[in-house]
Write a protein that binds this ligand. Structure first.
Ligand SMILES: Cc1cc2nc3c(=O)[nH]c(=O)nc-3n(C[C@H](O)[C@H](O)[C@H](O)COP(=O)(O)OP(=O)(O)OC[C@H]3O[C@@H](n4cnc5c(N)ncnc54)[C@H](O)[C@@H]3O)c2cc1C
Length: 276
């Protein structure tokens, strides 16, 4: 899911930059200078780095991660859902992105033998007032090209016996994946492509000089032609370190979902209920 779009964004911006067509011939072994420095070893940073490595095999690349392993933050603590894109506005970039991404994620997992399951998902209405909303969602699913089905309460019960509802819809393309393993595979591919990953290295300051970025890190200075900020929940602050005012600010808030106890998880090992 991630690399399809990363591919699009990064290369739309940088492909024609002359700095990429001038090989970095002055590089020495154990260099502190790179073509690309990707900040963040979550799924966004790793997938970005993997695609950069594929598109620019001769470019030097480093991932800078403040923790001791990949997927340490959001990526390693999420619910593992491969989203179908049903909620997004039909025809929107986000809707197309999610659909393409869910397919490519499943393909990636199949190719690399990563645990995943396209188990589908049920969305239900438990009150009368939710019925029109569920119907809207169904229409949206159809407009998004998904094979959604309306299913009656008894059919919902066949899939999830502990759910009581008035009506439901079934989205067959939703699934689950082990995103930590996906990231470990990305990291392996990046290293095979010649990229480096520096763990326990926190970016503290970013200075700009002569078209280069000088990253002051907890492990010394790293110089790069381009930096790609994939710092997750810190990406707004990292942008500020680079003198950019991102307008958007990351604001944490509490979300809640319920996980079924093992004895009630009859059909799916990873059922979870959420209310939104
Ligand atoms: C509770 C929860 C459940 C979710 N469930 C799902 C789901 O089921 N399916 C789904 O598709 N998405 C889900 N998401 C969203 C998804 O997990 C995130 O969109 C995705 O993991 C973001 O990846 P990332 O690489 O941008 O961020 P992260 O995984 O947070 O990675 C950012 C990395 O940047 C590093 N970093 C930050 N600052 C610095 C610095 N100064 N120097 C060096 N390194 C730095 C961090 O250490 C971190 O490793 C969920 C999110 C949450 C919070």
């Amino acid at each position: 899911m991630w690399w399809v779009e990363t591919d699009y964004y990064i290369f739309a911006i940088y492909l024609n930059d002359s700095r990429l067509t001038q090989p970095n011939t002055k590089l020495k072994p154990n260099k502190i200078m790179y073509d690309f420095a990707v900040i963040g070893g979550g799924i966004v940073g790793l997938s970005t780095a993997m695609m950069l490595g594929k598109k620019f095999p001769d470019a030097s690349l480093v991932i800078i991660e403040k923790e001791s392993k990949v997927a340490f933050h959001q990526t390693g603590h999420n619910s593992g859902v491969i989203h179908s894109g049903i909620y997004y506005k039909p025809g929107s970039f986000k809707a197309k992105f999610t659909r393409a991404g869910s397919q490519s994620m499943v393909e990636f997992c199949q190719k690399h033998d990563i645990p995943h399951e396209v188990c589908g998902k049920v969305i239900v209405a438990t009150q009368e007032k939710e019925l029109p909303l569920l119907d809207n969602l169904y229409q949206r699913g159809l407009e998004n090209g998904l094979q959604v089905k309306k299913i009656p309460p008894e059919a919902v019960k066949e899939k999830e016996p502990y759910v009581s509802c008035l009506a439901g819809i079934y989205v067959p393309t939703s699934g689950i994946a082990d995103y930590k393993k996906v990231c470990e595979k990305y990291a392996e591919i990046i290293e095979q492509q010649g990229g480096e990953i520096r763990f326990n290295t926190k970016v503290l300051k970013i200075n700009n000089s002569n078209n280069y970025k000088f990253l002051e890190t907890s492990q010394g200075e790293i110089k790069a032609k381009f930096i790609i900020n994939c710092g997750g929940l810190y990406s707004d602050r990292l942008a500020q370190l680079d003198g950019v005012n991102p307008q958007a600010k990351i604001v944490p808030f509490r979300g809640e979902y319920y996980q079924l106890t093992p004895e009630k998880t009859l059909f799916s090992q990873k059922s979870h209920l959420s209310r939104s």
